[in-house]
Design a protein around this ligand. Structure first.
Ligand SMILES: Cc1ncc(COP(=O)(O)O)c(C=O)c1O
Length: 314
């Protein structure tokens, strides 16, 4: 639970988290008509600094999601970044944090629609370590649930109602004894995990489902492509991926703000490669965590430091 002293941003002001409430008739609650983001901030104990990762990219995507859902945001990307930095600063974290911006239709009438409705914005924060196991590797299964299609609820927008699809797949996977689900498209091609993009190492190249495969255009996905190219000399091919390629890939990873870089060691009870974390994945993880914790100056532009006057008071 969030402590009583934690602040959040709600309808234009900073207020105690416990006071941020919505009515039961709220459209977003009834119809899933909200959009959200998930942003991480990484604590660097040596520097006593917290680094907000790729915040501008997240808010660019947030704005695109809002356009899709016809939600009007009062703040531009720069303002959202500064509100978020201030919020995290006022909460005084000295650990890794997850930030959840949520823009939602707050109309309290009957009839689902996108036009002629009021909306609201909230941003809240929560401490967060690993979302799934990044050290031991994860065991995944192809889901019996198919990924939502672009002509149903567009997966390129981070729409709250779309996450019913993720929840169905995740619970099925966990209750069947796996850690995560891989969803296929209606056509049977590999799409993504419940909250992660997927990469397969095939013939020394990363292969990842193309934007047309009903994926969320992941920000970690872009970061991984950049690091693989810049630091390991490995290119990424974005294309349609067949289900059976999952069973013959040399290495497989799941990427996401929550999942970070999670090695997949087993798919549908078949070992991936040797059944343990592969060498390319291990190198990529090291480089990634150096960059996100603010330890590699080459990637300083990825992060915004939270504390501007020499760190939080202990
Ligand atoms: C469905 C889905 N795919 C992929 C991702 C990974 O995206 P990102 O790297 O921007 O966090 C997420 C996480 O937000 C997600 O919810």
């Amino acid at each position: 639970m969030l402590a009583d002293t934690v602040q959040c941003y709600f309808r234009g002001e900073f207020i105690p988290f416990a006071e941020a409430k919505i009515g039961v008739m709220t459209h977003a609650l009834n119809y899933g008509t909200g959009v959200f983001e998930g942003i991480r901030a990484y604590w660097n104990a040596d520097r006593e600094q917290l680094y907000l990762l790729k915040m501008q990219e997240h808010y660019d995507r947030f704005h695109r999601s809002c356009r899709m859902m016809r939600i009007k945001l009062e703040h531009d990307v720069g303002e959202l970044c500064e509100i978020t930095r201030q919020l995290v600063e006022m909460n005084g974290y000295r650990e890794d944090v997850y930030i959840r911006p949520l823009a939602f239709q707050d109309e309290e009438t009957i009839t689902p629609r996108l036009h002629d409705v009021s909306d609201a914005l909230t941003i809240y924060t929560n401490p967060m370590g690993a979302y799934i196991d990044i050290e031991a590797g994860v065991r995944v299964a192809v889901s019996s649930w198919r990924r939502m299609d672009d002509n149903m609820i567009p997966p390129r927008a981070k729409v709250t109602g779309l996450y019913v699809n993720s929840a169905l797949a995740k619970t099925e996977a966990l209750e069947n004894g796996f850690d995560e689900a891989i969803m296929l498209t209606q056509a049977g091609h590999v799409s993504e995990g419940s909250a992660e993009n997927i990469f397969l190492l095939i013939n020394g190249e990363w292969v990842t489902p193309a934007p047309s495969e009903n994926i969320l255009m992941g920000i970690t996905r872009d970061a991984v492509m950049e690091l693989a190219r810049e630091e390991l000399g490995i290119e990424t091919v974005e294309r349609q991926v067949g289900r059976s390629e999952l069973y013959v890939a040399d290495e497989v990873i799941l990427t996401g703000t929550g999942a970070q870089i999670s090695p997949v060691i087993e798919i549908d009870r078949r070992p991936v490669g040797s059944g343990s974390i592969g060498p390319v994945t291990a190198r990529l993880q090291r480089i990634y965590f150096d960059a996100v914790r603010g330890n590699n100056p080459k990637y300083a532009s990825w992060s915004v430091p939270v504390y501007q006057d020499g760190g939080p008071s202990a």
